[in-house]
Design a protein around this ligand. Structure first.
Ligand code: G3H
Ligand code: 13P
Ligand code: ZN
Length: 333
């Protein structure tokens, strides 16, 4: 048993309480490799923003849970080295799909876990979430649960259509499970294709897709039922068109990739939404930078020469999200 406290990590309790009160949201960035982690920590340290490092099932398969956990421990030390005296870094399991996975993360130094029972029948979701909460809370590890279904890919679960969270269920769910935060479905989805072209309109000037608005009425109804309760938004990448353009201009093929407009995330961040999940935007930044180097310098074969620019572009992206979208800068001085 390793306690996250010994590693210098924090759970989400204080982070979320302050974020709701202060009208901002904590960035939850997924990481799978060293360059992403370096970029996240540099961005958070420079802006003094609390940050959640997320490890998905895919990341655990790709990079190994043990290695990722030691990397997060290293990240705390790296943050201090960068001059961030009291880093507020949470290590979070993203989309845990069983009690065993959540337990293994709690036992091994994660400070927060998500149990995603959203694809289960309601009562089964409650039973599984409650079991995880009872275990995790013994060690002061916070638990995120999910109610409602996001369209798109959720790790290995693929849903054709989203089912918005039913506000009438949230009080019963939160009370009976004891979860610390709740991910809800209001129209966001995972990946770089969040909306089908037929769900969008097209900007006549640019020809780009304009997505439909998120269901803020559902969010408002949830907040009315659970005043001050921490709400989480998954699938919140904006799919920056400048990255899509660089990718497409340098041999890539991402036609009609579209995300959540930043002004909608800004609005959400001011509400009880206190954790906003971003993964795809970082993948796009990485890929755009690498494709550009390969196109400009076909003779390049030193990974540092293309992973370095990728890391720089991701850092720029993370800082932009922190300062201009989520408003979490200078909240962990
Ligand atoms: O929830 C989805 C995240 O973007 C993680 O995706 O399972 O491909 O690592 P992944
Ligand atoms: P994006 O695919 O929109 O980046 O969402 C990531 C996410 O929700 C991770 O859990
Ligand atoms: Zn997610």
């Amino acid at each position: 048993m390793v306690s996250y406290k010994e590693l210098g990590l924090v759970n989400t309790k204080d982070m979320f309480a302050k974020a709701i009160k202060g009208g901002y949201a904590i960035p939850a960035f997924n990481f799978n490799n060293m360059e992403q982690l370096q970029a996240i920590i540099k961005a958070a340290a420079e802006t003094k923003s609390p940050v959640i490092l997320q490890v998905s099932k895919g990341a655990r398969n790709y990079a190994n849970q043990t290695l990722l956990r030691y990397m997060a421990q290293g990240a705390v030390e790296y943050a201090k080295e960068l001059g961030w005296e009291k880093p507020q870094i949470c290590l979070h399991l993203d989309h845990g799909d069983s009690f065993e996975i959540c337990k293994s993360c709690v036992d091994f130094g994660f400070s927060s876990v998500m149990i995603d029972g959203s694809s289960l029948p309601y009562e089964e979701n409650i039973a599984l979430t409650k079991k995880v909460v009872e275990y995790a809370h013994q060690y002061d590890v916070t638990v995120e649960a999910e109610l409602g279904v996001l369209a798109g890919v959720e790790d290995e679960v693929v849903a054709e259509e989203s089912h918005y969270t039913k506000p009438e269920e949230v009080i019963d769910f939160a009370t009976r499970t004891g979860c610390d935060s709740l991910a809800i479905s209001i129209g966001t989805s995972h990946g770089a294709y969040k909306f089908k072209p037929e769900q969008c309109t097209r900007d006549p000037k640019t020809g780009r897709l304009v997505p439909p608005p998120l269901a803020f009425d559902v969010l408002d109804a949830v907040m009315e039922k659970l005043p001050g309760f921490p709400i989480v938004l998954h699938g919140s990448s904006s799919v920056p068109q400048e990255y899509v353009d660089i990718i497409n201009a340098n041999g890539g093929k991402l036609p009609d990739a579209v995300g959540i407009p930043e002004e909608q995330l800004r609005k959400a961040a001011k509400s009880a939404v206190c954790k906003i999940n971003i993964d795809s935007d970082s993948r796009l930044a990485f890929t755009a930078a690498v494709r550009k180097v390969f196109a400009d310098k076909p003779g390049e074969f030193d990974p540092r020469k293309y992973c370095g620019p990728a890391r720089d572009l991701m850092e720029e992206l993370y800082k932009h999200k922190i300062i201009n979208v989520l408003g979490s800068d200078h909240k962990a001085e």
